[in-house]
Design a protein around this ligand. Structure first.
Ligand SMILES: C[S@@+](CC[C@H](N)C(=O)[O-])C[C@H]1O[C@@H](n2cnc3c(N)ncnc32)[C@H](O)[C@@H]1O
Length: 397
């Protein structure tokens, strides 16, 4: 149902303030030409010293920040007017979704629900992946008692946080018509490039299917031992019809197309191979968390002035090399028709390689300034990013 924005936000505000039945609120997405303070805000009622407050939490990529506020209309209105394009309000017996279109119109949908209100203050973080799920045991993240192995805690969290970003991005892309709405006969194809032990590959398959998104997943890794191990696990789990593994180099894989390309820490220029393959495979969505960076760093022989002020410090030069690498990857993706963000997908305490390049294909032609900036950065530093060389020449005018 289409209504004016004002009416929609008033309805949302009223529902949020009805704390006797409120279960949770999620604000996400970004309205056209607006900046949101956070990528996503979760709100739920909590009971503190006998009084109901609203607990707001958001994650800046490093940590989750939580604050409790009074359920008052001014602060709720300010949040609702904070530029988010998707608003979900869940109550015990219904849920309301508001989607704000590019033209500023609001579409409201209602659904019947039967949800339980949970007012405890120190609620444990909802896990997407149950540690005792058989796939986590098989891939070696959990032990036989169904607990995450201490040595695998960081990988488990990386995979979970990766999924936490994949799912809303995917749903938004489906809603915006950038990716087809999948059905069992026409599932979404996902390719995990440099999948290694396939923690993420299996997690994406199991989790997306568990929430009703039909997917067909392929894991690609150069190592035959990975392929054999992973295919064996898929057999044990009885899921070989929708997940398979190949022992191939990313650059020369015979797989030719996909809807979604993911990569978690594919080493050095394997990340460039992954991005280049995804672009050529016409992937609509890319979620790429790069690993170590050596390519640009090894090319940074002479720093243009005044950057020697930074590069004279070895550590700073290395970090600048990392920044240039991922910035230029993102810039190339913009140039070839993707909307791109670089975000931190998990706190730095769980991996120093915590950036993610998230790109959605829009086919928007690049601004000439994007091309100019790209060329100028490369020329000033005398560098040619590996990704540029891996895309059909000339990818850039
Ligand atoms: C650091 S591991 C990450 C594995 C997995 N994605 C994870 O997060 O646990 C990188 C993986 O990329 C694979 N790899 C590196 N270069 C590759 C290439 N050019 N083609 C295919 N796989 C590659 C390696 O064999 C290794 O398994």
């Amino acid at each position: 149902m289409a209504v004016s924005l004002e009416v929609a936000l008033e309805k949302a505000c009223a529902q949020i303030l009805d704390t006797s039945v409120l279960v949770r609120v999620v604000l996400s997405g970004r309205r056209k030409s607006m900046e949101t303070e956070f990528e996503r805000v979760d709100i739920r009622p909590v009971l503190i010293k006998g009084q109901v407050k609203l607990q707001l939490s958001h994650n800046d990529g490093r940590a989750t920040t939580v604050k409790n506020i009074e359920p008052e209309s001014d602060s709720i209105s300010a949040l609702l007017n904070g530029g988010y394009s998707n608003i979900l309000v869940e109550q015990t017996e219904s849920s309301m979704t508001i989607r704000i279109t590019k033209s500023g119109e609001a579409h409201i949908g209602y659904e019947k629900k039967s949800l339980k209100q949970e007012l405890t203050h120190d609620k444990k973080k909802n896990r997407l992946l149950d540690p005792s799920d058989p796939f986590l045991l098989e891939v070696g993240i959990s032990d036989h008692k169904g607990s995450i192995k201490p040595s695998k805690q960081d990988k488990y969290l990386q995979v979970e946080e990766f999924l936490r970003l994949l799912v809303p991005t995917l749903k938004n892309a489906i809603e915006a018509g950038q990716i087809h709405s999948p059905v069992e006969e026409n599932p979404l194809s996902i390719v995990d490039l440099g999948c290694g032990h396939a923690y993420l590959t299996f997690a994406a398959h199991q989790y997306l299917r568990s929430i009703g998104i039909p997917v067909e997943v392929t894991g690609i890794d150069i190592r035959t031992s990975s392929r054999d191990r992973n295919n064996e696990i898929a057999k044990k789990l009885g899921i070989t019809s929708t997940i398979n593994f190949r022992a191939e180099e990313i650059a020369t894989t015979t797989k030719q197309s996909t809807d979604i390309a993911i990569a978690l820490h594919a080493c050095d220029t394997a990340t460039d191979d992954a991005i280049a393959w995804a672009v050529k495979a016409d992937a609509k969505l890319l979620l790429i968390a790069p690993c170590c960076h050596h390519d640009i760093q090894s090319q940074m022989q002479v720093s243009p002035e005044p950057w020697t002020g930074i590069t004279k410090f070895g550590l700073m030069k290395e970090r600048l090399g990392d920044l240039l690498t991922d910035t230029l990857r993102a810039q190339i993706l913009r140039i070839v028709g993707y909307r791109v963000e670089i975000i931190e997908f998990i706190g730095g305490e769980h991996t120093p390689r915590n950036l993610m390049i998230r790109a959605v294909k829009t086919n928007a032609p690049p601004d000439s300034i994007d091309l100019t900036r790209y060329r100028e950065i490369c020329d000033q530093w005398g560098i040619t990013p590996a990704l540029e060389s891996k895309l059909p020449a000339p990818f850039i005018g």
